[in-house]
Write a protein that binds this ligand. Structure first.
Ligand code: F6P
Length: 360
């Protein structure tokens, strides 16, 4: 069998662990297999840039962050557009796949990348998707690899901020990745003991945020920690149309590098508190995968190989009730998993007195 593999979109921890799972299991299950690794995501498939992988490529990479194949973002919107030289990217990918006489292609990707994977599947290629992203925002799976490793990094940032915030009696805002979804912020915020958690799915009222800070101060707490998702929006912003919001956020970015800085200024003005901002940024995608991700990635990789043996294509591996299963790519492409404001986890956080900035 001839199998292609690529890693696409923003990197995360456990990409290598997943490829190791696929590679080692394929050699064990099939014996006779040739694996072609495309370089820098879909770019490699479009421009015929790949390397034939050896068994040894899959050894010693379980704990390595990043991706040994490289990755890049090729937004879905641009996939159907010709490149600068007029090349049809979809046709080019089909051509590379056929030229190498591949039996299937394994795509390790998040939302955009799996949308492209679904497109290729509709175009007749045999594709298997593996759920990658620190954001854990993929529909159809309880978990994505990278998530818990990023939670670990973001939580560590909040932990470190705790001691300095307490020493100085300051308000600290920690901005957490996740694009337009707040799952990473919710988990890191809870794990790090944040007092206020602001996520895009629960638009916040600045007055509620300031009230919570004032209440903490009045009850003797010298400091407050706010975990804010990079995509968090205020109640007023949530009433805007998509177009208006885009314009407003672009305007805001001219004055503040990110949402956390804008919030810091508002809190300072309204409460007089001394506020500082920390943005762990891409550290959240870096370093070694945590044990959970290593195990999950290994399981995903093994099951991807089993699907290849069974010739079951057009699916994404997914976690449901702690078992690895599959969902059709067509059912998940373009859909997001988000924080449900009525979910148990949000309610439980509120029981502890954590504010989501939505109190009346
Ligand atoms: O999707 C993963 C992610 O890290 C998001 O949380 C973040 O918004 C985005 O990627 C950052 O992308 P880039 O690395 O292209 O700046």
């Amino acid at each position: 069998m001839r199998v292609g593999i690529l890693t696409s979109g923003g990197d995360c921890q456990a990409l290598n662990a997943t490829m190791r799972g696929v590679g080692k299991s394929l050699y064990n299950l099939l014996g006779d297999v040739e694996i072609y690794g495309f370089l820098d995501g879909y770019k490699g498939l479009i421009y015929d840039e790949y390397r034939k992988m050896e068994r040894s490529d899959f050894s010693g990479i379980l704990t390595e962050g990043g991706t040994i194949l490289g990755t890049s973002r090729t937004p879905f919107k641009q996939i159907r557009e010709p490149d600068a030289n007029g090349l049809d990217k979809v046709e080019a990918m089909k051509h590379t796949y056929r030229k190498l006489r591949l039996d299937c292609l394994v795509v390790l990707g998040g939302n955009g990348s799996l949308k492209t994977a679904n497109l290729l599947s509709e175009e007749g290629l045999n594709v298997i998707g593996c759920p990658k992203t620190i954001d854990n925002d993929l529909y159809g799976t309880d978990m994505t690899f990278g998530f818990y490793s990023a939670v670990q990094v973001a939580t560590n940032a909040i932990d470190c901020i705790h001691t300095t915030a307490a020493s100085h009696g300051r308000v600290f805002i920690v901005e957490i990745m996740g694009h337009k979804v707040g799952l990473l912020t919710l988990y890191a915020g809870l794990a790090g003991g944040a007092d206020i958690i602001l996520v895009p799915e629960i638009p916040y009222d600045i007055n509620a945020v300031c009230k919570k800070i004032a209440e903490r101060h009045a009850s003797g707490s010298r400091f407050s920690i706010v975990a804010i998702a990079e995509g968090a929006i205020s109640k007023d912003e949530s009433k805007l149309t998509k177009k208006e919001l885009k314009k407003k956020l672009a305007e805001d970015r001219k004055n503040h590098p990110s949402v956390a800085y804008k919030l810091a200024k508002e809190i300072e003005e309204k409460t007089g508190a001394e506020v500082r901002v920390t943005v762990p940024g891409h550290t959240q995608r870096g370093g070694q995968p945590v044990p959970y991700d290593r195990v999950f990635a290994t399981r995903i990789g093994a099951e991807a190989a089993r699907m290849i043996k069974k010739e079951k294509y057009g699916v994404m591996l997914s976690l449901k009730n702690n078992e690895i299963t599959t969902v059709p790519l067509a059912d998940i492409a373009g859909k997001l998993k988000t924080v449900d404001p009525d979910s148990g986890i949000v309610k439980e956080a509120k029981m502890l007195g954590i504010s989501f900035g939505d109190e009346e």
